[in-house]
Unconditional design. Sequence first.
Length: 659
Amino acid sequence: MNDLFARGGKGAAAATDTYSAKDIEVLEGLEPVRRRPGMYIGGTDENALHHLAAEIIDNAMDEAVAGHADRIEVTLEVGGWLTVRDNGRGIPVDPHPKFPKLSALEVILTTLHSGGKFSGKAYETSGGLHGVGSSVVNALSARMEVEVARDRTLWSQAYERGKPVTKLRNAGAVHNRRGTSIRFQPDPEIFGKQHFSTARLYRFCRSKAYLFKGVEIRWSCDPTLVAGSETPAQAVLHFPGGLTDFLASALEGRAQVVPLPYAGEVEFPDRAGRVEWALTWLEQGDGFLSTYANTIPTPQGGTHEAGLRAALVKGLRAYGELKKERRAASVTAEDLFAGMAGMLSLFVREPQFQGQTKDRLTSPEAARLVENALRDHFDHWLTGDPTTADNLLAFAIERAEERIRRREQKDTPRKSATRKLRLPGKLADCARESAEGTELFLVEGDSAGGSAKQARDRETQAVLPLRGKILNVASASADKLRQNQELKDLIEALGCGAGDRFDLARLRYGRIVIMTDADVDGAHIAALLMTFFYKELPELVRQGRVFLAQPPLYRLQAGGKSIYARDDADRERLLKREFKPNQKVEVSRFKGLGEMPPASLKETTMDPKKRILLKVVLPPEERARTAELMEALMGRKPELRFKFIQDNAARLDAEAVDA
């Protein structure tokens, strides 16, 4: 045994002989950001690109929230240039005490973890962090140009890929201007040919204006960037009603359980911050809850959302006890929040987020602050309007009883005149009660679901949004399959059951249409859904009930003519066939179904008179081959996938070249 350890130790030492001090690499300045951008902005995809814009706009918003600015200008130019200007105090330009040869501006834009937001003296609450946000954006920009109007003097400096290319220059006296202007162009070496989405930036700016009613955001972009879209080239975004204004705009025409939104604002003790909210409950259809921390969107929620949930559920249960309604004890957050639509905006000192992209708030004190602030306010709101409170309590109890029924009876029959049917919360059902001529569209995500719901024929077309990539049923255990909520919602919406309980006569729709983005991720989601139908509901495939939608990837416009192309090959074919030689054709690439205007989605993908659908078939003679391929590509053995790729690599490469 000793000899064995001796030989192992000697071998280990020999293996590390070449590892020495010269192998240790030290990255200085902003080089770590350029080398590993994913550590700072989550990757180099479209979301990461827009994170750059968010960081700079957030810094301008921090000036507004701190009371030093009331106007922000956001301008998008051709070539991907974005300018953000505020009328705040302006970034300091005097020499930095620790680096006397550098201005504070240059330190902020070239040094990680520097800025005026760490001590809490310059900003009581903030979202962006100068030095973390601005310096990262500078590092990942091909060029950044900064102007600071401070003390009636204009200063300017330029940077390229995080390094100053000019000195800080005194550009002369200014009398009617103050604040900071940052103009930058994301580096194509990092982000490739991706460009900012005008629709996404406009929505982001509008949400900021809703979140802080004291700010006016002036949006503008080159008209060519929004040609043919619903995004305006210029707009002044100012909403004195804040979150309540947003709800009124978002829910126009939809029936609500409460006559007026439950809205309010509470300052925390000891100047710890404040919370603002606007909530309502919908009679039918999908709800939503958008949460923010210091105007930063937190799509994954966090501790502030937990505080809201606790306050509302405890408050409604307590009101039920006061009314001697025993059934109120069964109400959970799921019952109360399923049909709720609302906004929650928190301002707090030194917020803690999960990761640099700030998708989730993790500040422990936020849950306590929000729960304490809302609990008393909600109690007063309920007792102050008993009629509204009774309606809300009855709504929540009805949802609770539905949830319990669904748990006890998983199969769902078609609704009838004598029985009111409850379906998955995100399902937008069609009006026709018989299955004949009806269609269920399965779409990826709430954004695409929103577009599809606006584009559909409400009489015959239903829409069920799914949350990203569903479970791969070919490799998942039976327990995972039973516990997966997305698949349970899908089976419930179909109404025909699954496995031993399958009954085609109870199918609620004539067709099931898988409608995913025309990209790799969309194809993956479609493959997972087809795997689900093949494994769990094969009879639907055999009966020819499952289809694949064919959304276009491009829109081609010239001379008043607008046509759509399914893919790159179709685009090139149409350019040659439909347009004159040397004619200037504007080619727009849809980034996903959620980015496509509802009118375009209807025209190209959902209108039965114009669309193309692919039927998913399972020929009896190919059954064994299909099973073999399914096991190889979607099963539990990665070695089978590796072998398939090896065996078919040459053919797939040749097909890619031909395409």
